[in-house]
Design a protein around this ligand. Structure first.
Ligand code: E4P
Length: 216
């Protein structure tokens, strides 16, 4: 299972990279706005910092505009993945870019049928948003199960990238279902690492280590 960080904050991305388990990055306009920095500055730094795929999102909502923006975004580096919303114009743009060998991440996926179209258009990744579905009392993980099942039925190569992750249980469930990737906010990456029994156990080991007689 690949782990991406869902962030545009360079410090967070740097720290996640240092953990040694970071496979890529996803950004969106809201995450970039939160940094208070220019898109250009942020995109340049992330693409340079990270070896794996970096999703940069288009703002245009029409086909021509999306293609134009994709061409600009690709200039940031070979590891750029064009993030395109799952609307009709986005589907057309996905097909065109995929045919040109450009990787697309279809974002804002909330239904298995959107995911089916995404795969048929040739997206490299589809991003179902589990947390936002949970927020409106729909089972986000059910969507992941359906997409993974459908993609397996037809051997689609599009990777299921679990997005809008809010807690480690989302990751546990995604891993058990067999999702290809999860993109995770920095706070949840830290939560994954934490266990009170690890901390208690370590404190005891360190305390007992002091009782071990010194000398050769
Ligand atoms: C996906 O790539 C999005 O950037 C992200 O996961 C959205 O998450 P949110 O619902 O927490 O904003």
């Amino acid at each position: 299972m690949k782990l991406f960080i869902d962030s545009a904050d360079i410090q967070e991305i740097q720290e996640a990279k240092e953990m040694g388990v970071l496979d890529g990055v996803t950004t969106n306009p809201s995450l970039v706005a939160k940094t208070g920095r220019s898109f250009d500055e942020v995109a340049r730094e992330i693409v340079e910092l990270v070896d794996g795929p970096v999703s940069l999102e288009v703002i245009a909502t029409d086909y021509e505009g999306m293609i134009r923006e994709a061409d600009e975004l690709m200039k940031y580096g070979d590891n750029v993945v064009i993030k395109i919303p799952l609307i009709l114009e986005g589907l057309k743009a996905t097909k065109t870019l995929a045919d040109r060998g450009i990787k697309v991440n279809n974002t804002l996926c909330f239904s298995p049928m959107q995911a089916l179209l995404s795969a048929k258009a040739g997206a490299a990744y589809v991003s179902p948003f589990v947390g936002r579905l949970d927020d409106i009392s729909h089972d986000g993980m059910e969507l992941i199960e359906s997409i993974v099942e459908i993609y397996a039925n037809y051997m689609f190569e599009t990777e299921v990238l679990v997005a809008s992750v809010r807690n480690p249980i989302h990751l546990l469930d995604s891993a058990r279902i067999g999702a290809d990737v999860a993109t995770i906010p920095f706070n949840v990456i830290n939560q994954m690492m934490k266990h009170p029994l690890t901390d208690i156990g370590l404190a005891k080991f360190l305390e007992d280590a002091k009782k071990v007689p010194q000398g050769g």
